[in-house]
Design a protein around this ligand. Structure first.
Ligand code: ADP
Ligand code: MG
Length: 246
């Protein structure tokens, strides 16, 4: 689904300041995979997701998604790719929702704006994220996790093949984060959507097929080796166990 080779992204801040956010990053994601990306703040995770989603173009390297060359395609094709292929979820997605509309109305509204008013589809999307029983509740009456699920439903409106989530559980508690991850897993298994999730929560990465770490704009090779990755998880579990016993 995704091939990145030697991907470089340079932001020009002003005349004499450039930031090299991606410094030759390599990454492969299979169709139908649910992949985790971890890394410190500023390591380039959001930049990578933005490139994958066609929100911005890389400076150099190779980036093929679903057979499309995102570096070389025309601006028009890039816009079409973004609208047709990708669904985006951010940490604060729920903040863009309208509190005094119902869950159903919140999902319908962006469809209306795009001229495809489909109440049945909106209901179906809410059912998919486990919100079928709350569609007529006003948004401000829902919990943070439920609101995030409504936001996920909206991101699915265009039947994306690729779902990109940037810290989707950043503003919810651990239990809610687990539920949201389960929603992703269901979408992945039932619809075959390829999902790339950026998170800093090591516990959540357990639920993913594969995890890659990014450091200074590059994929960190040592964490790609599974034994190391398992060590990291064991360590994380150990730390959590200690915290609980205190
Ligand atoms: P992460 O999501 O891992 O925290 P980012 O991809 O947001 O990292 O940022 C990577 C680097 O690129 C950081 O040094 C950040 O300051 C810089 N950066 C990100 N976006 C921009 C931008 N639009 N303009 C200039 N620099 C940016
Ligand atoms: Mg980020």
């Amino acid at each position: 689904m995704i091939t990145c080779e030697d991907l470089v992204k340079i932001y020009k801040v002003d005349e004499d300041l450039e930031v090299m956010a991606l410094q030759g990053l390599d990454l492969n994601v299979e169709k139908g995979e649910m992949m985790g990306i971890i890394g410190n703040s500023g390591s380039g995770k959001s930049t990578l997701l933005n490139m994958l989603g066609g929100l911005d173009r890389p400076t150099a390297g190779k980036l093929i998604v679903d057979g499309k060359d995102l570096l070389r395609m025309s601006d028009k094709d890039l816009v079409r790719y973004k609208l047709e292929t990708v669904g985006f979820i951010w940490q604060n997605n729920a903040k863009n929702l309208l509190p005094y509309l119902t869950a159903l109305e919140n999902v319908e509204l962006p469809m209306l704006l795009k001229g495809r008013h489909k109440r049945e589809r909106a209901k179906e999307l809410l059912e998919m994220v486990g919100m079928g029983h709350r569609i007529h509740n006003k948004l401000h009456m829902l919990s943070g996790g439920e609101q995030q699920r409504v936001a996920i439903a909206i991101s699915l409106a265009n039947y994306p093949k690729l779902l990109l989530a940037d810290e989707p559980t950043g503003s919810v508690d651990t239990k809610t984060a687990d539920i949201i991850l389960d929603v992703f897993r269901t979408l992945n298994q039932e619809l075959g959507v390829t999902i790339v999730i950026v998170t800093h929560d090591m516990q959540l990465t357990k639920k993913m097929d594969r995890v890659v770490a990014i450091r200074d704009g590059r994929t960190s090779s040592e964490i790609l080796r599974k034994p190391y990755y398992e060590d990291v998880l064991r360590e994380a579990e150990h730390i959590e166990g200690e915290e609980e016993s205190h």
